[in-house]
Ligand binder design. Structure first.
Ligand SMILES: *Cc1c(COP(=O)(O)O)cnc(C)c1O
Length: 418
């Protein structure tokens, strides 16, 4: 077989089927500019991270200014202003009850930290618990722990023997919500350490949406059973679901919350795991063996924190959330005609995210239609990356309704592909 010419091994890429990568030179707002001169609309926010648009001037300025002062410092035994300001701004924006902020550098690591916090708590109070309860079809990242609490399938079949066992509750499909709640209640009787869930939308699992009341009930069940409730808001945070955080819509205060992706506006890698005071307190001791043993070299990198601080400043301005409300309304207008289009199923929206399933017999992530859709959208100068037969649109908030018209016109045409 012909080998590829570049030595770079790209993520989630089958190089034998996709020999050429799209070379991007510049990004501005909702647009990417390719080396071949094309302007591409970024309809998925470059894998769900870019919130205010590419190279947002306030974030770029913050990065430049910080880069001249301090670019990296060991975060054990040391601190710096950008990290402290990010932590205090986060505690102002998140619901009261989340008291401590642990920094890391990706969504996956924020999940690993959350799981370790939960197990560390039970270990340190002398009531060891190890089991984690998860929701069917979840995605929490690609490291071993994050894969263990995520859906099993083609993505992790090879690594199955390394993944730890979890208890899964079914996804709350419309009309079957009670089965999810009953299963969670049942699973909580076995005294697990924690329940981890993506609030309101399961992202990589196929943009599966469920209502706020189910989220609220799930939190109530965990609270009653004394099981830590971990909200993985890595994707849902930063306005995606129409509110700053998805949990707000259910008036849920998670015990542990993971945020990443849009935390820096999508400019640099950074993540945080927030937790309740009790969890920190269980690690706070004169006994060094009760330390929270987790770090990564770039924990709370100052430049990434400066970008996050600029992002958080934007969210302190109510105009940012009004912009999100406007994008959600624009998305609804663009999506409406598809609700009556028989070629699509499960036409849905939560906040600024829309999803539509192409009505094909062969569905799932490896559906034959997937690569053809990718190529088709590329040819229309659109960055859209369907999950199997599920097409979704998750644009940066600077997207215009003309951009959305272009995106949805291509989606309508894509339905004629098969
Ligand atoms: C993307 C994602 C992750 C993993 O984040 P990375 O930064 O890619 O490691 C975890 N949880 C959810 C819900 C995600 O969407």
């Amino acid at each position: 077989m012909r080998r590829k010419t570049s030595p770079i091994w790209h993520p989630f890429t089958q190089h034998a089927l996709q020999p050429e990568m799209v070379r991007i030179e510049r990004g501005e707002g909702a647009y990417l500019y390719a080396a071949d001169g094309r302007r591409i609309i970024d309809a998925i926010s470059s894998w769900w991270v870019v919130t205010h648009g590419h190279c947002h001037p306030a974030i770029v300025r913050a990065i430049q200014a910080q880069a001249e002062k301090l670019t990296q410092i060991i975060f054990a035994g040391h601190t710096h202003e950008p990290a402290e300001q990010v932590a205090s701004a986060l505690l102002k924006l998140t619901p009261p009850g989340l008291d401590y902020v642990f920094f890391s550098d990706s969504g996956s690591t924020s999940v690993e930290v959350a799981l370790k916090m939960a197990l560390g708590y039970w270990h340190n109070i002398g009531e060891p618990r190890a089991r984690i309860v998860v929701m069917q079809h979840s995605y929490h990242g690609d490291t071993i722990g994050a894969m263990s609490v995520g859906a099993r399938g083609v993505f992790n079949a090879a690594y199955g023997p390394l993944l730890f066992d979890v208890s899964a509750v079914p996804f709350p499909h419309e009309g079957q919500e009670q089965a999810t709640l009953d299963a969670l209640e049942q699973a909580c009787r076995a005294k697990p350490a924690a329940f981890i869930v993506e609030p309101l939308i399961l992202g990589a699992g196929g943009m599966l949406m469920y209502p706020a009341w189910v989220l609220k009930e799930m939190k109530r069940i965990c609270e009653a059973a004394g099981v830590w409730f971990i909200a993985d808001e890595v994707m849902t945070g930063w306005g995606r679901t129409g509110t700053l955080f998805a949990c707000e819509q259910a008036e849920v205060v998670p015990d542990i919350a993971c945020y990443s992706k849009g935390l820096t506006g999508g400019a640099l890698p950074l993540a945080v795991t927030l937790c309740r005071g009790e969890i920190f307190d269980a690690h706070f001791s004169q006994d060094r063996s009760r330390t929270f043993f987790h770090s990564s070299s770039y924990t709370a990198n100052p430049v990434a924190c400066a970008a996050a601080r600029a992002n958080l400043e934007m969210w302190q301005d109510p105009a940012t959330l009004s912009g999100v409300t406007e994008v959600a309304a624009m998305q609804e207008r663009a999506l409406a005609p598809f609700r009556a289009d028989a070629r699509f199923k499960n036409v849905r929206r939560t906040g600024t995210i829309t999803g539509l399933d192409l009505d094909v017999r062969d569905s799932g992530y490896l559906a034959g239609i997937g690569p053809r859709l990718l190529e088709f959208f590329g040819g229309r100068n659109l960055l859209l990356r369907p999950l199997g037969n599920t097409i979704y649109v998750m644009p940066p908030y600077c997207v215009t309704s003309a951009d959305l018209d272009e995106i949805y016109a291509a989606i309508a045409d894509a339905a004629n592909l098969h």
